[in-house]
Ligand binder design. Structure first.
Ligand code: NDP
Length: 396
């Protein structure tokens, strides 16, 4: 197992009786719903621009800004904009792998990483299926290593959210926290974010016992009882993880048959702390200042009943982070970007990588491979445009 399929955005949650959130993020934080890239508990409010290579981070210090702008290797242009041959949007495995490859091809990439960078692995605990780590690795540690490696080769990483793009002509333009970035080519690697049930009570109690990230918030439910909603691998994984802290984990699914993989079903259902409730729909989350339970409706009989829990973890799937691109790039019926010829979008010079288009594999390793392909394709395309020098052998 190993949650390598980037579960993106997260929300803090705490069952604290005082409704003080101990969690990494709270309902008002950008990552609790507004952030493009979702992610982790890092406060980047102090960042003022690009993170220079010299400030490459080691392990990420939570609650601390990663670095401040000490000058970027990419050329500054008039009006405070920044210009590069390769602009990368997103900082999960796809974006940072594109950055490693782009930097090694001398494209001096700028990565617009999002205000909660690192992608979905930042909210994953043990990653056991990423090759090269036979004993597993923690998701945030793996992403810190990706980032260090990208910066080592000269990538500039800026921890801000993209607000708007203009892909009508070259250089392509991207605006993030008041700064304009320009790229001769762009790799879009913005991933996907966690979905919510859409209940008023769920929104109101986010950060007060409702969460989409067991890894971030499970600790706060030590000795308490929690529920997980969903029937896929994410729900099974979150439920198993939560048994480390909670006395009992209720797995709530709207059908009787789980969707998750057999191995994860077996593992979760064999756990004596996990109780499966099939055919149940959550009508509302109970509680004023904090979660006190959930009101369940039997999907077959319509009967309602209340289940007393201190926390609710929502694990019902993901939404691709494509909103800012919709004016320019084609999306499929599920909202994922459409690619052709491996990594190309319909705009020449804009390449796509990772979960923002891939709803089939959704693995860190496949996203990383996609980032590699997108950077190689971008480099070759830039050569054809005379932007980067033609080389006989690129030291990828
Ligand atoms: P999935 O789409 O696989 O599952 C979502 C689940 O949530 C389904 O059971 C669905 O019900 C349920 N659901 C959806 N909407 C609602 C709603 N509004 N109310 C109640 N329930 C709802 O998403 P996952 O995030 O679980 O997994 C995504 C992909 O990532 C999968 O391919 C999975 O295998 C992979 N993954 C792999 C992991 C690993 O290998 N370690 C870990 C986690 C995920 P229904 O079944 O009725 O549609």
């Amino acid at each position: 197992m190993g949650g390598v399929n980037e579960p993106t955005s997260t929300n803090g949650s705490a069952p604290d009786p005082d409704a003080t959130t101990h969690s990494s993020l709270d309902a008002d934080s950008p990552a609790s719903g507004g952030s493009l890239f979702g992610g982790f508990a890092i406060d980047f409010s102090n960042d003022i621009g690009a993170v220079p290579l010299a400030n490459a981070v080691g392990p990420i210090a939570f609650g601390e800004p990663l670095a401040t702008d000490g000058g970027a290797p990419a050329a500054a242009v008039a009006g405070g904009a920044r210009e590069t041959k390769l602009l990368i949007i997103g900082s999960g495995p796809a974006g940072l792998t594109a950055a490693i490859y782009g930097a090694r091809a001398n494209l001096e990439p700028i990565v617009i990483a999002g205000s909660t960078p690192g992608g979905q692995l930042m909210i994953t605990s043990d990653v056991e299926n990423f090759p090269g780590f036979p004993d597993g690795i923690q998701g945030p540690e793996l992403m810190a290593q990706f980032r260090t490696q990208a910066e080592r080769f000269g990538a500039t990483i800026v921890d801000v959210d993209v607000e708007r793009v203009d892909f009508s002509s070259r250089p392509f333009r991207v605006w993030a926290r008041g700064t304009e970035y320009r790229g001769q080519a762009v790799v879009v690697a913005t991933g996907a974010s966690a979905l919510w049930l859409g209940l008023e009570s769920e929104t109101r109690l986010r950060g007060r016992g409702v969460s989409a990230c067991a890894t971030c918030d499970g600790f706060f439910f030590r000795g308490l009882e929690v529920a997980v909603v969903g029937g896929g691998d994410t729900a099974l994984e979150e439920a198993s993880f939560l048994t480390r802290f909670a006395t009992r984990v209720h797995l709530l699914h709207r059908r009787s048959a789980l969707r998750g993989s057999r191995i994860m079903q077996e593992r979760a259902l064999a756990n004596p702390k996990i109780e499966f409730h099939g055919n149940v729909v959550i009508d509302s989350v109970l509680g004023d200042a904090k979660v006190e339970g959930v009101r369940l409706r039997n999907a077959e009989t319509g009967e309602t009943s209340d289940l007393r829990v201190d926390g609710l973890f929502v694990a019902i799937g993901y939404k691709p982070n494509t909103d800012v691109f919709r004016e320019w790039l084609e999306v499929d019926p599920m909202g994922y970007l459409v690619v052709r010829n491996e990594t190309e979008s319909q705009v020449e010079g804009i390449f796509v990588a990772g979960d923002v288009h891939d709803h089939r594999y959704r693995q860190a390793i496949t996203a990383a491979a996609d980032g590699c392909k997108a950077a190689i394709d971008a480099e070759r395309w830039l050569e054809t445009q005379g932007v980067s020098e033609a080389v006989t052998a690129t030291a990828w």
